[in-house]
Design a protein around this ligand. Structure first.
Ligand code: NDP
Length: 502
């Protein structure tokens, strides 16, 4: 055997003499049960696949660091943000949302933008998207919404009727739909898009003062998008184009980076703001709450092994370090549960012990024990309960979030001001988009909505009309719909419109 070559072993380290010929009774078989190497190899192969994520299944990732560039200690006591120049190791994962693990990177879809910060106070997970808003604002609608973006229960194909039926009956979605059907819905690569928290979070400082914040990771590579034609062509030619792009850029030391900008409001300002800051279908206009530069995210390390680091990476918006807390955004509240829950399903109850998920700079000292795939010494012989008088780890009251007020009565109530659902989508169409952006938006919508039945097209065109009459009229015209009918439906209440287009 050549020098430095390793001996092939079983998973248990036992040397294997031959990995080409199964152990058989005679040259032509049958195979013997006592070929434990063959049995072990097949048995492991049979179990190689783990459940793919129900959303964000197709993704890629990279390691790097986050560096603080401004003093934000008056807003947050998070230690990793405590000093200009401080660097924290990170692992980021980017993804599409609706498609399966093998689907095309160029598909029209929001993109996930998740960053795990390995801080000295435990792992802080930022779990955002490349869009500043979302389709719905109540988590009870989430699984229904996702079903409509996936495959039809009978045909097992994507279904424009399902897709647009739900969205047209859920007008709060029109802002995100407008972003999604702009060319930002098909970013040229993961390097050329922004990442937004979308939700409002809370920061609090050493004095216990709280602030509402929104995160914006702005790409330093510049925004670059694909047109409809480009996204269709690339999807066919190389479904992994964005995965490959990120890997190659980092391999060539062309390290992508993002500038973190924060929008920040005092507790009082946020609660009295004219938009509901807990409604994820809304942004905070920049002119009113100017973003401030806070830090820089740099990705400079490719994963050594995709499955180990990217497939097993598990982000949870509930992983918040002292100085950062959740807001009462209903969607966020549900995500605090759902991410952890899905990782337990996909990876098992000890997924936090996997190297990519383990808190590298603040070792776990909890009383959680046992469970499938518990690695390490499982707490050794130390106490496994609290309180104890045997020197076990103790809670630290300094890690408390400042007490906050909750009010009103418990009930299933919608967010107030449903008519606001159209204004920001309309502003995006009217004020932010260029003529070219608007032309692409209308073309992208036509290409997809044309697959839905007429009554659904009509209902959706009406939703666009309510955002901006020109927007809705152009969609109607492209689809050959009766514009007068769209205008008539736009004058109806949501319930009347749903009935009229049933
Ligand atoms: P501004 O003119 O101050 O900001 C508009 C922002 O829109 C830009 O900064 C850019 O965000 C983003 N944008 C530019 N082109 C497009 C596009 N084709 N598709 C989607 N987003 C685009 O206006 P306001 O802050 O008053 O917001 C107006 C509208 O802009 C909002 O209703 C919202 O739809 C959209 N927007 C607002 C954001 C915010 O946080 N205020 C963030 C993103 C979009 P960026 O700088 O992040 O690239």
């Amino acid at each position: 055997m050549a020098k430095n070559k390793k001996t092939l072993t079983t998973a248990f380290g036992i040397p294997i003499p031959d990995d080409q010929n199964s152990l058989t009774a005679g040259k032509r078989g049958p195979v013997l049960m006592q070929d434990v190497h063959l049995l072990e190899k097949l048995g492991h192969f049979d179990r190689e696949r783990i459940p793919e994520r129900v959303v964000h299944a197709k993704g890629t990732g990279a390691g790097g660091y986050f560096e603080v560039t401004a003093d934000v200690t008056k807003y947050t006591k998070a230690k990793f943000l405590s000093e200009i120049g401080k660097k924290t190791e990170v692992f980021a994962r980017f993804s599409t949302v609706g498609g399966e693990k093998g689907s095309a990177d160029a598909a029209r879809d929001p993109r996930g933008f998740a960053v795990k910060f390995y801080t000295e106070e435990g792992n802080y997970d930022f779990v955002g998207n490349n869009t500043p808003v979302f389709f719905i604002r109540d988590p009870l609608k989430f699984s229904d919404f996702i079903h409509t973006q996936k495959r039809h229960p009978a045909t097992n194909c994507k279904d424009p009727d399902m897709f647009w039926d739900f969205l047209s009956l859920t007008p709060e979605s029109v802002h995100q739909v407008t972003v999604l059907f702009s060319d930002r819905g098909t970013p040229a690569s993961y390097r050329h898009m922004n990442g937004y928290s979308s939700h409002t979070y809370k920061w609090y400082n050493e004095k216990g003062e709280s602030f509402w914040v929104q995160y914006h990771f702005k790409t330093n590579q510049g925004i670059k998008n694909l047109t409809l034609e480009e996204s269709i062509r690339i999807s066919g030619k190389n479904p992994d184009h964005a995965t490959e792009d990120l890997y190659k850029a980092i391999a060539h030391e062309d390290f992508p980076s993002w500038t973190l900008e924060m929008q920040i409001m005092t507790e009082e300002e946020g609660l009295n703001y004219h938009w509901d800051i807990f409604d994820i279908t809304k942004v905070w206009p920049h002119a009113e709450v100017p973003p401030i530069k806070v830090g820089k995210l740099v990705l400079n390390r490719n994963p050594v092994n995709y499955f180990a680091e990217v497939e097993q990476a598990a982000f949870c918006p509930g992983n918040l370090v002292p100085g950062i807390a959740a807001s009462q955004d209903k969607m966020l509240q549900a995500r605090l549960f759902s991410y952890h829950d899905t990782h337990i399903h996909r990876l098992g109850p000890n997924y936090h012990l996997l190297p990519v998920n383990a808190p590298k700079n603040a070792p776990e000292t909890s009383y959680q024990r046992d469970g499938f795939m518990r690695t390490g010494n499982n707490g050794g012989g130390g106490p496994n309960y609290w309180p104890n008088s045997f020197g076990g780890p103790e809670p630290d009251p300094a890690a408390s979030e400042p007490a906050f007020k909750v009010s009103e009565v418990a009930a299933r109530t919608p967010y107030p001001h449903p008519n606001d659902d159209f204004q920001q989508a309309g502003d995006l169409y009217r004020k932010v988009m260029t003529d070219e952006d608007r032309n692409h938006l209308i073309g992208n919508i036509k290409d997809h909505l044309k697959g839905a039945r007429k009554r659904i097209q009509l209902r959706q065109a009406t939703v666009f009309f309510k955002a901006d009459p020109e927007y809705g009229s152009r969609v109607a015209e492209e689809l050959g719909l009766d514009k007068k009918e769209v205008e008539r439906l736009a004058g109806m209440s949501q319930e009347e419109r749903a009935k009229a287009t049933a």
